[in-house]
Design a binder for this molecule. Structure first.
Ligand code: SF4
Length: 802
């Protein structure tokens, strides 16, 4: 059975009460995914008592509340969204719905494994006891410290919104390595932009539940942007009747007719990668017609008007810059949007009382560099959205128990005195962010020092990274690769040691913040079942390693277990005695304004812990971004003084301000006349988790048929190379070649090919391997010259008949 995109969209249209996914997918999950398929590994329910356990989903960072149905307390048979949880209010994304297929998957790693043949040889993996595995790894780590090379240990984690990230940081700092990375995400670039304009490298948050008008620059709001469950719940609320108020208007600016574009009130197709230019064209009109927040620009912003630098030189401000450089006629030439349309959009955006601009695609696949993030921030600043009560801010940090200051012995001090490997590149970027692509690139070439141990946690970079060959190239140079994956994924296959984590639903985790949401949020994901196999929580593995290493490393990580570490974090939260536990979905933290009073409703740390264990979440009001400002001027900076510090002496004025600065894809346009653009699809998991078979059933036949992936191509483009619907074709880029079939789609621009992410796995099992093509192997990663972050907006491509 196949559920087409149109049907999926009908679910969206039918959303009520904030729940996007109606019971229909539940029916699918219940009937199709678990019980009526003939997968040999399907769980067989036994007769018995049915119970439900509430917890929080950890299959992504979304923070959705779920309820898991159990038979006799030991067999999980069903997951549904928790209607009492304020993040998703009963909604659930397809991955959440299919989560039990991951728990019961045959490709779970059931005990620690050691590669005894060459890397990548599946038959070479042999079971090893936990004791032996820990001894082997800790001996290796101990020897590297004794040799004075702790910096040669590196780690990457895909878990950046739980207490695992500070634990990793604590471990590597105490040990003596600066080489800690997270898997690339669009939040990386936004955090750098926030540090420039607002002085804090925090996630940017949007009060979309309070918005009346949303101008989205390519943000896949219904394709997984921010928190999928939260966003779907918000979209449902936008489409509810609002007595006495007009409906919320969604305007989607995007080259491709995406799901979000199809559900928006207006879709503005732009030339690929030119969204930031349109934002600046809109800013031009707002400034020219004085439609911006005059008070904010005058009293709370630096560099809006022309200004004088420390040498007394007059520098151009944003107002005169945008008036001179982004006239609608010129912006029209860049974006392909009619000048009149730009003027209308600007006036509409400016006149709506609660209008907000959002942007960004996931997985670092943004048509962005940091100047584009600054352009979207500037548009919000013109709207006054950073003022108290505005719609944009910085994600607040819950006041969790702090980790002790690591005590650095001589080994750690020496290791930490070395540059992080990405910063040893011949021309390191002036602002160095989470540059994992740059790290791999340096590692694969001639690194300043070798990586002896590479630790990979909750990440599958060998598959999920754009230009995924970068990981394989780098790993080939690493002395020892250790994967902590619960699954035999592409990265685990190329590891020397696999130390499997408990699966989600078996382990205790926490969730810190909801991506893109303005309120403070903390939740515990309590296990619903004991571990099925001989696995260990990676947090416990790190604590054990620290004890083996002893000395100041052990002192820096003094907790007996990961649970005791989390308990201490929650004690800190309770001691702050602020915020409250949300007991039901009538609590709407997304509607709170900065500083709104929240009545604390827990007694003490034990009470808070117990409530969090029951699937409730803690929340608090948003923070006021203007109170958090830490810029040199103490104001919102249109002209970023931090850029003046780090760029070459006396940079041109425009290099301090938001601007349209596209990175040019490599390759000869004559040879590669098209642009390959990748996109996400809600029924495809494109990160750490491979798409469970249930989710494949949601894919339409014009996206995946059998093992054939369909690239989306405009009919005119297909005709130029003699292709018709379903025709077999070859896509070639400067990075690789892939065989596909084509689906003729007039909602794709003629100069582009659209290809979905999340297919083309080479590992896992027979139900997952070989389905479609991994777009990550075809795309080109370009380094943002300011931040060193990998950006993947488009790749030159050629299409021909196969
Ligand atoms: S959006 Fe994320 S947290 Fe929510 S149900 Fe889906 S996978 Fe789970």
């Amino acid at each position: 059975m196949s559920l087409g995109r149109r049907a999926f969209l009908q679910f969206a249209a039918g959303a009520v009460g904030g729940t996007l996914l109606t019971p229909i997918p539940w029916k699918l999950a219940d009937d199709s995914a678990i019980w009526t398929q003939n997968w040999s590994w399907r769980p067989s329910p036994e007769p018995g008592d049915l119970t439900e356990k509430a917890t929080v989903c950890r299959l992504c960072d979304g923070g959705c509340g779920i309820r898991v149905r159990l038979v006799n307390g030991r067999r999980a048979v069903y997951i549904k969204g928790n209607p009492k949880h304020p993040v998703n209010r009963g909604g659930l994304c397809p991955l959440g719905a299919a989560g039990l297929q991951l728990l019961y998957a045959p490709y779970r790693v059931q005990q620690p494994l050691k590669q005894t043949a060459s890397r990548g040889d599946l038959g070479g993996f042999q079971p090893i006891s936990w004791d032996d595995a820990m001894k082997e790894l800790s001996t290796r780590l101990g020897a590297l410290r004794s040799k004075g090379t702790p910096h040669s240990v590196a780690a990457v984690t895909g878990d950046s919104r739980s207490s695992m990230l500070p634990l990793w940081r604590q471990f590597l700092t105490s040990y003596g390595s600066p080489n800690l990375f997270t898997m690339p995400s669009e939040a990386d670039s936004k955090a750098v932009a926030a540090s420039l304009a607002l002085g804090r490298p925090a996630d940017i948050a949007f009060a979309l539940e309070r918005a009346d008008y949303v101008l989205s620059f390519g943000a896949g709001l219904l394709e997984g942007w921010g928190s999928c469950g939260h966003m779907q719940s918000i979209y449902g609320s936008w489409r509810e009747q609002r007595p006495g108020k007009p409906p919320v208007v969604l305007v989607q600016v995007e080259p491709r007719g995406s799901i979000t574009a199809s559900k928006a009130d207006r879709w503005i197709p732009v030339n690929p990668g030119t969204e930031a230019a349109l934002a600046l064209g809109i800013a031009h009109v707002m400034v020219r017609e004085k439609l911006y927040d005059l008070d904010f620009a005058a009293a709370s912003a630096f560099g809006f008007e022309d200004w004088f630098d420390a040498w007394g030189t007059k520098r151009q401000g944003f107002k005169n810059f945008v008036l001179a450089a982004y006239k609608p006629a010129e912006v029209s030439g860049i974006t392909g949007v009619d000048p009149q349309r730009i003027e209308e959009l600007a006036r509409e955006f400016a006149r709506q009382e609660r209008a907000v601009a959002v942007w960004g695609q996931d997985a670092g696949a943004t048509p962005n560099n940091v100047y584009h993030d600054l352009a979207f921030l500037a548009l919000n600043a013109l709207k006054g959205n950073f003022k108290r009560g505005g719609l944009v801010g910085l994600m607040p940090e819950p006041p969790l128990g702090a980790l002790p200051q690591p005590v650095l012995d001589a080994y750690a001090s020496h290791g930490l005195s070395r540059d992080r490997l990405d910063r040893t590149a011949p021309q390191p970027p002036p602002l160095s962010a989470n540059a994992f692509h740059a790290f791999l690139d340096v590692m694969a070439r001639e690194p300043a020092y070798p990586v002896e141990v590479l630790l990979v946690h909750e990440a599958n970079p060998a598959y999920a990274l754009s230009e995924n060959h970068l990981f394989a190239d780098a790993a080939a140079k690493a002395g020892l690769v250790v994967s902590f994956s619960s699954f035999m994924d592409e990265t685990a296959v190329m590891a020397d040691l696999v130390l499997p984590n408990h699966a989600v639903f078996e382990r205790l985790d926490d969730v810190i913040g909801v991506p893109g949401a303005p309120f403070a949020y903390y939740a515990l994901a309590a296990p619903v079942l004991p571990p099925r196999y001989n696995t260990r929580h990676t947090g416990d593995v790190l604590l054990t390693l620290a004890r083996f290493l002893g000395g100041t490393v052990a002192e820096g990580l003094p907790w007996e277990s990961y649970e005791s570490f989390l308990r201490e974090r929650v004690q800190g939260l309770a001691a702050a005695y602020r915020g409250a536990v949300a007991k039901d979905a009538t609590v709407q933290p997304g509607r709170l304004e900065a500083g709104a009073p929240v009545k604390t409703n827990f007694k003490d740390a034990r009470d808070l812990w117990n409530q969090l264990q029951q699937g409730y979440c803690w929340y608090d009001a948003p923070a006021d971004p203007m109170e958090l400002l830490q810029t040199a001027s103490g104001q919102y900076e249109f002209a970023c003084q931090r850029l003046a510090e780090v760029l070459p002496p006396i940079p041109e004025d425009r290099f301090l301000m938001p601007q349209f600065a596209p990175l040019q894809p490599s390759g000869d346009p004559g040879e590669f006349p098209l642009l390959l653009m990748v996109y996400s699809e809600p029924a495809l998991s494109d990160g750490f988790y491979a798409n469970p078979p249930f989710m494949n059933k949601l894919l339409p036949d014009d996206l995946l048929l059998g093992n054939d992936l369909f690239a989306q191509v405009h009919p005119r483009t297909a005709a130029t190379v003699g292709l018709t619907e379903g025709g077999r074709a070859l896509i070639r880029t400067p990075r690789g070649e892939a065989a596909v079939r084509v689906h003729l789609n007039p909602a794709v621009r003629p100069e582009t090919i659209a290809m979905v992410r999340g297919l083309g796995h080479t590992a896992y099992d027979e139900y997952i391997q070989g389905k479609g093509t991994n777009a990550g192997g075809l795309v080109e990663v370009q380094m943002d010259p300011i931040t060193g972050l990998g950006t993947v907006w488009a790749t030159r491509a050629q299409l021909r008949r196969a």
